[in-house]
Unconditional design. Structure first.
Length: 766
């Protein structure tokens, strides 16, 4: 028994020993994190600090070190949380206060909205530091920045002067002092501080630049040139500084002097790679693209180990010039060399997004998702992902990304605009107007929001309101081309052609001949003067053979003239220019349908469905086309596929329900689908008519009559609605009213299919 007890104790002791040996203390992980941080291994250091916090959630030092490390990893939000927790655990630690307040100050400076919560932290901590020590460098520095940002330059200069005396080598304080003195119109004092700092720190470029900026902005070119020359004299081996003088000479009209200086730099520089880099940047800034590319290529040959740097420079040139097709393969090459290069990843994602090609836009989604794994708090990445989702037709996901971008930075306007565009694309016009109004209430001068609102109001036929918005835009920006174009189109909608011509003449006077010409041709076309419209377009297409707007109008006029072959040819030209433009495919399909080319009509829609397999609209259009041709079994198959893509889209629900009814399908399922569609969009007469027709088929006569009576009152000119109502009345036994309703339906020019059905019923009624 004793031996067994000893054995048991030995096992317990061994397990305790092993447990202690495997479990390291919080202090161990803290020390390990400090060692890794000192070695520059910040990701590993962050992991160890987190392990220390797991072991001891109240270890303030671990939170503090984690915050500093996350700053080095460029994760300011995580750093903010960690430093805040450190200060909460040890509120007396001055180093914790300073680190936390400095981070708040950086965020306060970077955010134009000047968040009050950050201001209060900076104000409180700076007060505490100065109460403890009136000469606190950190406290004086914080007070200086707050005064400077609140446009109190004299007070800011006083704080910065005291801080500068404490630490004369602190660069940001010296520059802020100089700026404060300039703003306080104490130029001599500002120059004295700047020149003293330059004398003590000859290689600190911002000290020269603050003086140069002041001289340049106050029309003192001689002093501006002298300070740049001093910068080069004190730093003779810096090609970028020589390039800066060349820029200055170029801006002053001394082009030959600028180019001579640049050529001399390239011949004599001790750092040829940096010289090619500086020269390439210079040529790019003056839009001499070929010379810029040549310099970057020479730099690439001189330093193949820096291939990624120079290739990125060349990519940027190509993108700026609009040569995105050439840029894309070069970005892929960069990412083969450096798969984690974030700048290249962002460029590739942007190129894929801008391509408009469905497969590339889907690839852009994956790029942005990968980038967000590293920077989930970047509102611009969330906005870009939202754009990609929007172009894929994934509107719910797009809106989620736009809203997340807004949550991260409420004053970042593009996602607000994105929400308006999505609402418009979803035909939620009231929502689009509301969102536009919300944005305008925050920024009354936001012309983009007003233009979007005007387009939506035009679509809603609220022409007076749309005109008011456009006139407001023109008050803010009198030369806004888009506003004049939209104003002209609005006047055409209202058939006020003289006013439309006046708007397009204003547009023409702004140097936008192509859009204005489009407008004039459109006026002739809607007036039925097709020869004049074609004459204008022919001249403009000779000048601008690849202008899509002109080809679009030429196709539309050809449709109007029933010249379907010409329209088909124009849409094929447009697709050659934009091979992934869904709209052009749909219009080509319509032209083929009007021509009577049923096979071409369906095959074109099938082609666009293959090109955009994940998008709803191509499948929905194909289903509707098959339905319209009487191929309802095939249409139902496509509608069911559309439901797989977007199960709650009311158009899909309605169309599938109607097709099922017309093929004697499952009426119970059809009823459920129609009811869902009506619940989602109760004001849509087509959806309500489908529901009423199902009531007829299910012999729910009272409900059918009530529902269809309301639909016909809303749209009395629709022959199908009247036909359905007539059948419901016939089912009810109201023969006289049924006959009158059916006769009215026949008088409204129904399709041959419905005309035959109506005649048969009338013949039965005698």
């Amino acid at each position: 028994m004793l031996r067994r007890r000893c054995a048991a104790l030995a096992v317990v002791a061994l397990s305790v020993f092993l447990s202690c040996a495997c479990s390291k203390s919080a202090e161990h992980y803290l020390q390990k994190g400090n060692e890794l941080s000192a070695a520059g291994k910040h990701s590993e250091a962050s992991l160890n600090y987190r392990r220390a916090i797991q072991q001891n959630p109240k270890l303030a030092e671990a939170y503090y070190r984690l915050g500093l490390t996350e700053l080095k990893l460029q994760n300011p939000r995580t750093a903010f949380e960690a430093l805040g927790r450190a200060l909460q655990l040890s509120p007396a630690r001055e180093d914790f206060k300073i680190a936390y307040a400095d981070l708040c100050l950086a965020g306060y400076i970077a955010n134009p909205a000047r968040p009050q919560n950050l201001y209060q932290v900076i104000h409180k901590i700076s007060d505490e530091l100065l109460a403890k020590d009136a000469n606190s460098f950190a406290g004086l520095r914080m007070k200086g920045y707050l005064a400077l940002l609140e446009s109190r330059p004299a007070e800011a200069a006083e704080y910065f002067q005291q801080a500068h005396q404490r630490r004369p080598d602190q660069a940001d304080v010296a520059i802020s002092l100089i700026n404060s003195l300039f703003l306080d119109r104490r130029e001599a004092a500002a120059e004295q501080v700047a020149r003293q700092y330059i004398q003590d720190h000859k290689n600190y470029a911002p000290a020269y630049d603050v003086l140069f900026g002041h001289y340049a902005n106050h029309n003192r070119p001689a002093q501006a040139e002298d300070i740049l020359k001093l910068k080069v004299a004190n730093n003779p081996d810096e090609p970028a500084y020589i390039s800066q003088i060349a820029h200055f000479y170029w801006s002053e009209g001394k082009q030959s002097q600028a180019l001579d200086l640049l050529n001399k730099m390239l011949e004599t520089s001790k750092h040829p790679v940096q010289a090619h880099l500086a020269a390439g940047d210079f040529y790019g800034s003056i839009t001499h693209w070929d010379q810029a590319k040549q310099q970057f290529e020479q730099g690439l040959r001189a330093a193949p180990d820096q291939a990624v740097l120079f290739q990125k420079k060349i990519v940027n040139l190509l993108v700026v010039q609009g040569n995105k097709d050439q840029a894309a393969p070069l970005v892929d090459e960069i990412l083969k060399r450096a798969p984690q290069d974030e700048e290249a990843l962002r460029v590739r994602a942007g190129l894929r997004l801008d391509s408009g090609q469905s497969d590339l836009v889907r690839a852009a989604v994956e790029d942005y998702k990968a980038l967000l794994q590293r920077h989930n708090n970047d509102p611009k990445l969330h906005y870009a992902l939202g754009q990609a989702r929007q172009r894929n037709g994934e509107f719910a996901l797009a809106k989620a990304e736009f809203r997340q971008a807004i949550r991260l930075e409420d004053n970042y306007l593009p996602p607000h605009v994105g929400l308006i565009e999505v609402a418009f694309a979803e035909h939620k016009f009231e929502e689009a107007v509301r969102l536009a109004d919300e944005l305008i209430s925050r920024q009354t001068q936001n012309t983009q929001a007003r233009l979007l609102k005007a387009v939506v109001l035009r679509e809603m036929h609220r022409y007076a309101d749309a005109r008011s918005e456009l006139q407001h835009v023109l008050q803010i920006t009198p030369k806004n081309r888009t506003a004049y174009l939209q104003l002209g189109l609005l006047e055409i909608d209202q058939k006020d052609y003289p006013k439309a011509e006046a708007a397009f003449k204003k547009l023409q006077g702004l140097g936008s001949d192509d859009s204005a010409t489009y407008g004039f041709a459109l006026i002739y076309s809607v007036r039925g003067q097709l020869d004049k419209a074609n004459e204008i377009l022919k001249k403009e297409l000779a000048r601008f053979p690849k202008h899509p707007l002109l080809h679009e109008l030429a196709a539309a006029i050809a449709i109007q003239a029933q010249d379907y072959d010409h329209a088909i040819a124009e849409y094929r030209i447009l697709l050659a220019m934009s091979p992934s433009n869904k709209t052009f495919y749909f219009r080509l399909a319509d032209a083929l349908h009007l021509k009577g080319d049923t096979n071409g009509y369906i095959s074109t829609l099938e082609q666009v469905q293959k090109l955009f397999p994940g998008e709803l609209l191509p499948t929905l259009m194909l289903a509707a086309a098959l339905d319209g041709l009487g191929r309802r079994d095939a249409a139902i198959q496509q509608y069911r596929h559309a439901m797989e893509l977007q199960p709650d889209d009311p158009r899909v629900l309605n169309n599938l329900a109607y097709a099922m009814v017309e093929t004697n399908g499952n009426l119970d399922e059809a009823l459920r689908l129609a009811q869902r569609a009506v619940r989602k969009v109760p004001e849509q007469p087509v959806f309500v008519d489908t529901l009423g027709w199902i009531y007829v088929k299910r012999n729910m006569t009272a409900s059918a009559v009530q529902v269809l009576d309301g639909v016909v009152k809303k749209q009395p000119d629709n022959p199908v609605f009247s036909y359905h109502f007539g059948v419901a009345l016939l089912q009810k036994g109201d023969l006289q009213r049924a006959k009158a309703t059916l006769e009215g339906a026949l008088a409204k020019n129904p399709s041959p299919e419905y005309a035959d059905k109506i005649r048969q019923l009338l013949a039965h009624l005698g």
